[in-house]
Design a protein around this ligand. Structure first.
Ligand SMILES: [Zn+2]
Ligand SMILES: [Zn+2]
Length: 260
């Protein structure tokens, strides 16, 4: 059975995604309000007891907001440094710590390969998730996309790729200088322009669909993110039949069924 992915919400205000092949269901990050996560899972007939694991990319609030409330129901997978940082931020221990490195591991019928991304957190990860038929790569909160990241993502049917900000909106915007520097740094976030370049590389290595994600509410617009990548791909001769492009929503679910 092919993977289905429901991005329950993605952007600077919170991130949480559901991946399922119908037998195993996992969450990547839990950065929305707990009630929103429970409600949006229920749209798929699922509750927290149906979730076989929660993967955390890193410990920033927009990725862990609901962890304290929902973690008692779940095995929580991440690098030990991230799990330590989450416990420190919450001031309570996680009930079920599942420490992982960069080796592939399995949860039920899903094979998961964590990979290091470049971000100002304890030990940030992206994830590639495979079932028998399909592969999804989740790559957000990274200051750049390295050759190593591209090689892990190679052959993905779908890549969820950060397209955080428009550089002009960010540099001319209201954020304080230190924050602008942080976002633009190698340990910050991918701009629309950087995302467009990465999207092309990912398509060259087999990606059939790309969902642009983790948009800044302050320094981006969905149309701007979409057209920046779309224009670049068109200039390279990539058409919508080569790769479908869409933008993940912040306040509602973006659903992709890879069997179609
Ligand atoms: Zn972050
Ligand atoms: Zn984030």
């Amino acid at each position: 059975m092919a993977l289905k992915i429901a991005i329950l919400g993605s952007g600077s205000k919170g991130n949480c995604s559901l991946l399922s092949d119908g037998r195993t269901s996992i969450l990547i990050d839990a950065g929305l309000a707990p009630t929103a996560i429970v409600k949006r899972l229920s749209d798929f007939g699922l509750d927290l007891s149906d979730i076989d694991g929660l993967l955390l990319t890193h410990e920033h609030d927009d990725h862990i907001r609901a962890v304290e409330q929902i973690a008692p129901f779940l095995h929580v997978y991440s690098h030990p440094d991230t799990l330590d940082a989450v416990e420190k931020r919450q001031r309570v221990p996680l009930h079920s710590r599942m420490e992982i490195g960069e080796e592939e591991f399995s949860i039920g019928t899903l094979d998961i390969r964590p990979f290091r991304v470049s971000h100002d957190a304890a030990h940030p990860f992206g994830f590639s998730v495979k079932d028998f038929e399909t592969k999804v790569t989740y790559m957000t909160d990274t200051g750049y996309v390295s050759k190593g990241m591209l090689s892990v993502a190679k052959g993905s049917d779908l890549v969820v790729l950060e397209s955080n900000h428009d550089k002009d909106l960010l540099t001319r915007g209201v954020y304080p200088y230190y924050l602008k520097r942080r976002i633009l740094s190698d340990q910050g976030h991918l701009s629309n322009e950087e995302s467009a370049l990465a999207a092309y590389d990912l398509i060259e290595s087999g990606a059939k669909r790309i969902v642009l994600a983790h948009l800044s509410e302050q320094n981006n617009l969905p149309e701007l993110a979409y057209w920046t990548t779309e224009n670049y791909l068109s200039s390279k001769g990539v058409t919508s039949s080569d790769c479908a492009l869409e933008v993940a929503k912040q306040w509602s679910t973006t659903f992709v069924d890879l069997s179609k």
